[in-house]
Write a protein that binds this ligand. Structure first.
Ligand SMILES: NC(=O)c1ccc[n+]([C@@H]2O[C@H](COP(=O)([O-])OP(=O)(O)OC[C@H]3O[C@@H](n4cnc5c(N)ncnc54)[C@H](OP(=O)(O)O)[C@@H]3O)[C@@H](O)[C@H]2O)c1
Length: 307
């Protein structure tokens, strides 16, 4: 079969090459991948990992081999899931507790956009449960996680302010549920009960100044790569503030990935969650599309069809 292989020393940073078929552990199905999506975190991994490494987590496709332990869906079932890696391929092994079934009315490209960005949005919003009536600030709102977080927070009854890098990056966010969209954290009208921060540096410094007493700041990314200068003493006037980290591989949550994916799929199926497909291409164009995500040209998610 064919798969995307990391080629950091090559002419292109990635190549489609012939590789061995995946081998499934007893709790894994083999999925014939029809589409996958790209996450910002994977851009960093591509640069760090060696020649020959096989990337890819977010996938959607059709089960072509059942799990030996009897768990999970039958052959022929449409699924969306999150592989550990090696998902940017024609076939991949996925654990049955990391996928869910997919109805016919959700395309593979839409579904592939959901796993990493969607489950991250769900889980970071749970740090302020219930959301009803809460004031929520979301930095990086034009990105993949940001688009889902804006919508899910608004669905939960929160008043959402999104932060984007340039005015044109605000496109569609109000229609998706944001009450306000600003281009600088400093322009946001605080205080906020929940702040979802993934830009880091000056953005996080400014966001920390806007947290309400007993509010929560969730730090789940550092897209800017900048350090965050901040005098914690400044928080002493904000009684009971919680500074919360989140990492998807160590989530500290009792819900399984398949439960979260099923919730996301149900929201899309019900027309309550829009999948922001800012870029949709054939997988042969992946290397060409990398700079678009890197340079913040993609609104929402970048997905690729596998042939
Ligand atoms: N902790 C976890 O488990 C976890 C899980 C998923 C994602 N993440 C992290 O969360 C962040 C968002 O992920 P994503 O997939 O939504 O990324 P994305 O689609 O690339 O969105 C990132 C957003 O950040 C904004 N941004 C502001 N300053 C930036 C800068 N200097 N460089 C890059 N982006 C900047 C951009 O908004 P504008 O273009 O409007 O400026 C962009 O829309 C990333 O840092 C990612 O690594 C963490």
């Amino acid at each position: 079969m064919f798969a995307i292989v990391n080629t950091p020393k090559g002419v292109a940073p990635l190549e489609i090459r012939e590789v061995a078929e995946p081998k499934a552990a007893s709790n894994e199905v083999i999925v014939e991948v029809r589409a996958f999506s790209l996450n910002r975190g994977e851009l960093a991994l591509l640069a760090m990992r060696p020649e020959g490494w096989r990337p890819g987590q977010d996938i959607a496709g059709i089960v072509v081999q059942r799990a030996a332990d009897g768990s999970g869906p039958d052959v022929g079932t449409r699924v969306v899931g999150m592989a550990e890696q090696e998902g940017w391929a024609q076939r991949v092994a996925v654990a049955t507790d990391r996928l869910t079934t997919l109805p016919e009315n959700i395309s593979f490209a839409q579904a592939a956009a959901l796993p990493m960005a969607g489950h991250t949005a769900l889980r970071i919003l749970r740090f302020s449960d219930p959301l009803e009536g809460k004031r929520v600030l979301i930095t990086g709102a034009a990105g993949g996680v940001g688009h889902f977080a804006v919508q899910i927070a608004a669905l939960g009854g929160a008043e959402v302010t999104g932060v984007v890098g340039r005015p044109e990056r605000a496109t569609g966010l109000r229609e998706l549920g944001a009450s306000d969209v600003v281009t600088q954290v400093e322009q946001a009208r605080g205080p906020f009960d929940l702040i979802l921060e993934s830009v880091g540096g000056a953005s996080l410094t400014a966001a920390l100044g806007l947290v309400a007493p007993h509010g929560t700041v969730v730090v789940f990314g550092n897209s800017s790569g900048e350090d965050t200068p901040f005098n914690l003493y400044n928080l002493f006037g904000h009684e009971g503030v919680r500074l919360q980290t989140f990492f998807s591989f160590n989530p500290g949550t009792s819900t399984s990935l398949s439960t979260d994916l099923a919730q996301l799929v149900a929201l899309v199926e019900a027309g309550k969650l829009t999948v922001p497909l800012g870029l949709e291409r054939d997988w042969s164009e992946l290397a060409l599309a990398l700079p678009a995500l890197q340079s913040r040209q993609v609104l929402g998610k970048a997905t690729f069809h596998v042939r």
